[in-house]
Ligand binder design. Sequence first.
Ligand code: ADP
Length: 675
Amino acid sequence: MSILFYARLIGLTAGTLVYLFLIALILGHRRPRLFERLLFFLVLTLFAIYAGGLLALNARIQYGSIPDATRLLCAILIDVGTFFLLPLIWHTHVEYSRAIQRVRIKPAIWACVWLVYLIALGELIGVAVVSRARGMAFGAALLSFADFSLLGDLAVCAGSAAAVQWGLMRAEQSRSGKTLGKWLFSASCFVFAILIARIAYATASPFVSELLATATIVAGVVPGALLIYFALEHNFLEYGAQRNMVYALSATLLALLYLALVHRISGWLAPVFPPEATASVLLFVLIFLFEPLERVIGPALHRTFRERIENWQRLAVDLQEQARQGDVARLITHAEKRIRDEFGLAEVRISVPRVPGQEALKSPGGLGHVVQVPLLKDRKEIGLLEAASTGSYLTGETSAALEYLAEQLPGMFDLCRLIEEKLRLERELAERERLALLGQMAASVSHNLRNPLSSMKTVLQVQLEKSDLPGDLRHDCELVLGEIDRMSAKLRQLLDFAKPAPRGQRVDAVTLAKQTAALFRHDAERRNVRLEFEGPAEELSALASEQSLSEVLSNLILNAIEAHPNGARASGGCVRVRLARQGDFLEIRVEDDGPGISPELRAKIFQPFFTTKATGTGLGLSIVARRVDEMGGTLSCESPLDGEVGTRFRMTLPLAADESPTDKTEDHANDSHRG
Ligand code: ADP
């Protein structure tokens, strides 16, 4: 037999094994995606074509001429594989573009895909019709079909594969994806060129046609080999992450090839040496190969292992860098993404601390393998790292890497928290300095304005006492006096903002709150607002400052009243001030049914000088928050209330010592704003 014959045998064996390898990789990945299913069927068709060819060739070696049943099986494999190769090439590439490159596919392209499926079905039906017309069996028709049409079909497949791969390559984002696209395109063009040459030289010398046939077989292996190379080297479609599977497959295929070799050599030597003896010798010889094999493979494995360790270390350094940014939430997100990408995992979740009762992480479709590694600090669990593979079992190597990272992560979280705290303190200090400066300025401005204002007020009051003052002038004086009072109130607020906290003492909170609310009756009536007060019958003494508490209540009640429209638009409303005992605390609520505060505004209302009112100072709530904090209380704001309107400010203050009941019933730390 000629060299070309053996080249063809090697080409067909390599093709069968390459596509078998790919089938196993895709199956091992078990990703529940349409693209994976299509790729599986595409590779299956190529496998069928190569396996059919290999079977035919082996049968020829074995029997001289191929038995009918084997010939039929080969024809079915090659023909059906070839018929469906074209639609699957189209569909897989279009689906890749849609699902992975996220390109919108035009309906016309989908129509083309379905059309080529119809053509493939048409070919099958055509064979059936021909077999009926010629009165032959379907299998026999398939056999004859193989002779006249397959080359044309395969050429169309290679040509269209080149065309779609060119399109995909241009849309590809990743560098390795682009390179793979370029190689696949070149390989498809090459196969196409050989097939055209085969068709063109169909009647040339047997040597030329056999050479071209062999070249086609060898070239057809290249796309599969490229896919395997990119899966292993560049983790294309994350298939390379299945290291266990890759090792097991390589070992199986090598063993298979060796057994075939043993079988062939036994056959050759059969006339002079019993086949069993040859097989035993050849299998026994392997024992002597182990040592040299280890010498060759050992350093390569060591190099690969070192590279991996370096990758893990690089990953740890990268996470450490992220930890230095001082943002724990971002560190977690970043770590989850980097670990997922590095090990080609389906999902990674880091919970710090572990959420009690949380459902364990699941792999997509529940097909993969999930590992959980606790994050330990001083032997105590501070969190959990969970990783799920897409399909195959996670290798020991990946599990070891996850354990290594789980050891590093607690230290990174500590570092990150320290930096976060440092940044927070720095920000707070800068804010305090800014406020202190503003406070000083406010104090100086209000101090300088208060004296001239009180002189102006005195002058006006003296004028108003005159009985002969003309009516219109009296009206204007009263107006100006009112404005001066308003201005004085604002200046007082500015001064309060700058003033240090008065010392805490026992304050009869219920009486004080009632009196303060009464001061605002007039303002409330002006806006047609009902001001309700509700307090306990008993006397409750808070540990507070009378001045601070009155300041806080005034600001909250005034804001609640001002939340309702003024003047002609006044449509009525209600402001409720409620006091109640809550364990060791006095709870004060000021509620209104005004328009409420949007979530965006709620984040800003406690900032000094933030106001939405034309004549507001924006100091009221920042003074409230500060005073409540100084009195050791808590403050929270809830808005909107039921019915999507209204606001409730709720504060708690510690009761004076002899007021507190011994049993503490409430937890006051919940969702509250510490002033
Ligand atoms: P000012 O009253 O001078 O604007 P504040 O600090 O007291 O300053 O209030 C800041 C902002 O918070 C107000 O401008 C208003 O937009 C909002 N606000 C405060 N209380 C209420 C409330 N009860 N209902 C609606 N908005 C409110």
